[in-house]
Design a protein around this ligand. Structure first.
Ligand SMILES: Cc1cc2nc3c(=O)[nH]c(=O)nc-3n(C[C@H](O)[C@H](O)[C@H](O)COP(=O)(O)O)c2cc1C
Length: 225
């Protein structure tokens, strides 16, 4: 039984909340491919078919200049053997952190399937022409949101936000070829990729891939849960 609305403490609220409930898919690591990308593609496809909400929401961990960790969600724009690509503002905190320390960790959590995929590796920034093409591929609303800029800066006057959105939307409408120079595409290259399948009561299944470079060759290890 969970705490319900009358619960007074976090512990009471948490009491009895299920974790890894429902029917979970199977995962046979013996039949896993030699490299992680085909398995990522299979799991992503299964997440889409299973109706997992926002399977392309990816946690992205970076470190600041002092080595302090930072974490947020970004949208996955693409993934290939070369890595996972996302877009952001180059002058945002994460953009600056990646310029100074081009290393990151990412994570997908597909709770409806009891699955987690985590990866780490170096981060490459795409050239300006590639970023511009990605920007112009976006819907007008996303382009306007990007052109508003100032990501993560202090908003001293909240009334400035709708005004900035209106100005950016007008700019996109009148000059559709406008490209935000801060729009940056980053790719997290795989060096370590781990697939985690929850199996309550029988030991969760973990399969880790490791390589010196994204092209492999890959070493595969089963991990204790
Ligand atoms: C579901 C979801 C998707 C998001 N997608 C992006 C994204 O693709 N790019 C981005 O810059 N921020 C995205 N954000 C916002 C980031 O989590 C974050 O708040 C913002 O980028 C500022 O991060 P920073 O201060 O670490 O640079 C998303 C947030 C959520 C919850």
């Amino acid at each position: 039984m969970s705490g319900g609305p009358e619960a007074r403490t976090v512990r009471e609220l948490l009491f009895g909340l299920p974790m890894l409930g429902g029917e979970l898919p199977s995962f046979d690591p013996e039949g896993a491919p030699d490299s992680p990308f085909p398995l990522f593609l299979t799991w992503l496809g299964e997440a889409v078919v299973a109706g997992v909400r926002e399977p392309h929401a990816m946690s992205l961990a970076t470190a600041d200049a002092d080595g302090g960790p930072d974490l947020r969600v970004v949208a996955l724009r693409d993934a290939t053997e070369a890595g996972w690509t996302f877009a952001t503002q180059a002058d945002s905190p994460k953009g600056r952190q990646l310029a100074a320390r081009p290393q990151a960790a990412i994570m997908f959590h597909w709770r409806e399937q009891g699955r987690q995929i985590r990866a780490r590796g170096p981060v490459l920034r795409a050239d300006a022409a590639t970023a511009a093409r990605d920007f112009l591929d976006r819907l007008p609303g996303s382009r306007a949101a990007s052109l508003v800029g100032h990501q993560s800066e202090v908003l001293t006057d909240p009334a400035a936000l709708p005004a900035a959105f209106a100005a950016a939307s007008a700019r996109v409408a009148s000059a559709p070829d406008t490209v935000d120079p801060q729009h940056a595409l980053f790719t997290v290259e795989p060096r370590t990729v781990e697939f985690w399948q929850g199996v309550p009561g029988r030991g969760h299944i973990r399969l880790r891939y490791r390589a010196e470079r994204a092209t492999g060759p890959w070493t595969r290890d089963r991990l204790w849960p």
